[in-house]
Design a protein around this ligand. Structure first.
Ligand SMILES: Cc1cc2nc3c(=O)[nH]c(=O)nc-3n(C[C@H](O)[C@H](O)[C@H](O)COP(=O)(O)OP(=O)(O)OC[C@H]3O[C@@H](n4cnc5c(N)ncnc54)[C@H](O)[C@@H]3O)c2cc1C
Length: 507
């Protein structure tokens, strides 16, 4: 792949010898990459719209332009194209294809899966500037591919509307949606992907197509669950919902010590089958040394889309498990992210040069005593390795009524029945000496939960997957599903250009 960018050997020899150095392959590769970057600037630049920006190591701040939520197993790029129009994406893909350069769409930069590290020295196509949101008259919105969850929530809320989007404000809107997309109101309306009515997609060969139930229906099927593998979505039109004047979210937030873990999770298990679509929970084990220097605290937010009187039946038991603190009140939908530590100003939204390795698992239930085993391992490991102290153990409980009501074969989302999404997020400042320990820690936290599920099949949400899972874990164990995705892949992306994010076909 590099060959067309390498300098003729004679020129390379001269330049290296004149510096008094021996020939060194790394230097040659570096040189070819900077040549590649300047070629991209000179050759692609004139084809782009006036507001598009090309950044490379010589012309700009690559570190800022490629900053990500976490740095473990990051992709690497020779250049960044910050597109300003849909046609800029088309031109960039055409250029990359003509020069056999890999490319990756990047929006808000929260992609975490290890397969991203297979992207080496490619072009980052930053779509963040394409973030226009238009509310249509038929209770739909047309949203460009670079919008974020915060933007969609705010824009719709101003018109007294809402839709299903991810729970964290700084995350992209489309990234979650293309893999399913879990959100606070999924119990009422389904996953984010279930809201899509049509999409405009730039395929691997650079052509723009529409996808809906009537146009390219197979692509439309694949986009909703495995979408990152099939194209760059420049825009979706999706369902939106009126927010009634009476809308409120009653919440209670509890802080517990480890002594309450068993009771807390036993109660969650007890209510899991009957929880109404209005009720969600979000729980995290977290070290707060200022409060307890040896044991994690357990934070739990219960959120109910309705008044306190309707929520009380569900929340009352949680008040009896000896919380060391309770906060309660009523709020509105746009405040839920900040309320649960997922707001734009919260720690989770700061892009730090930090490793955050997640080992997700969908849970069928909270098996007796198992969350406590997880809690104990969390404490023991963070005590032994204080550098892992900022790690999180998350349990997200999102209602599934409307999610399950969508027929399983109508979209590429394979996993719809699970109410709880568990994920250790092992967090530490980059230190190669800790990588093995950190990954073993995350794996074992997940393994404890997985063993208790009593099934060899491991179910992992595509957008949280660490990248060690089997393809079936992510895209489903029914053979036809993965087979269909692979067939579509051959047809729509025969060169496997979209292979860096949770790939259906790795190469
Ligand atoms: C803090 C945090 C909170 C999260 N919360 C939720 C949540 O509540 N619900 C949920 O479902 N998931 C959640 N996720 C997971 C999230 O769905 C994925 O990380 C998602 O890929 C992030 O999208 P992004 O635009 O922020 O990241 P990026 O890294 O920019 O995008 C990730 C990948 O998505 C693809 N992509 C992005 N935009 C497009 C597009 N327009 N067209 C084609 N491909 C595209 C690219 O392959 C890219 O590599 C969360 C992740 C984090 C880190």
């Amino acid at each position: 792949m590099f060959s067309s960018y390498l300098l003729p050997l004679g020129i390379l020899l001269l330049s290296v010898l004149s510096l008094g150095h021996s020939i060194d392959t790394a230097a040659a590769v570096d040189f070819s990459l900077s040549r590649r970057a300047s070629n991209i600037r000179q050759e692609l630049g004139p084809k782009l719209s006036k507001d598009a920006v090309i950044i490379d190591a010589e012309s700009g701040d690559m570190a800022a332009a490629t900053k990500r939520w976490q740095v473990f197993a990051s992709p690497s790029f020779s250049a960044v194209v910050e597109v300003a129009t849909e046609n800029d994406i088309v031109e960039t893909i055409a250029y990359a294809n003509a020069h056999s350069i890999p490319f990756l769409a990047v929006n808000a930069g929260h992609g975490e899966i290890k397969s991203l590290a297979n992207m080496k020295d490619g072009i980052q196509i930053t779509i963040r500037a394409l973030n226009k949101i238009t509310i249509n008259e038929d209770n739909t919105a047309t949203v460009q591919g670079g919008a974020t969850n915060l933007e969609i929530t705010q824009e719709l809320w101003a018109a007294k509307k809402q839709t299903v989007s991810g729970t964290c404000e700084c995350v992209g809107f489309l990234g979650p949606m293309l893999g399913g997309g879990h959100g606070w109101i999924q119990g009422l309306h389904g996953l984010a992907a279930d809201q899509i009515i049509k999409a405009r997609v730039i395929l691997a060969n650079g052509t723009i197509v529409s996808a809906s139930t009537t146009e390219n229906p197979d692509l439309f099927w694949a986009l909703r669950g495995a979408g990152h593998n099939f194209g760059i979505v420049s825009e979706v039109t999706n369902k939106i919902y009126d927010v009634p004047d009476s809308d409120e979210w009653y919440f209670e937030k509890y802080t517990y010590t480890g002594a309450s873990v068993d009771q807390l999770f036993d109660q969650l298990e007890k209510i899991k089958r009957d929880t109404p679509p209005e009720l969600q929970f979000y729980s995290v084990f977290l070290n707060i040394p200022a409060i307890d220097s040896t044991q994690a605290l357990v934070f739990m937010a219960m959120l109910y889309n309705g008044p306190a009187s309707a929520a009380d039946k569900w929340m009352a038991p949680f008040r009896t498990f000896n919380p060391i603190d309770i906060e309660k009140g009523s709020t509105t939908y746009p405040e839920l992210s900040a309320l649960t530590g997922n707001g734009i100003n919260d720690d989770i939204c700061q892009h730090e040069p930090i490793n955050r390795i997640r080992y997700p698992l969908y849970l069928d239930g909270m098996k007796k005593g198992v969350p406590k085993q997880v809690y104990n391992l969390y404490n023991a490991t963070t005590a032994q390795y204080p550098a892992l102290n900022r790690s999180l153990m998350l349990f997200e409980g999102l209602s599934t009524q409307a999610v399950r009501s969508v027929q399983l074969d109508t979209t590429a989302v394979a996993l719809r029945k699970f109410h709880t999404l568990a994920s250790p997020v092992v967090t530490y400042a980059p230190d190669a000496a800790l990588d093995q320990v950190a990954q073993d820690f995350g794996r074992e936290l997940r393994n404890i939960l997985h063993r208790a599920e009593g099934t060899p099949e491991m179910y992992a949400y595509v957008n949280y997957a660490v990248g060690e899972e089997d393809i079936e874990s992510i895209y489903g164990y029914r053979g036809w599903r993965v087979a269909k995705l692979k067939t579509l892949k051959k047809h729509l992306d025969p060169e496997n250009r979209f292979r860096f994010y949770a790939p259906i076909v790795s190469s």
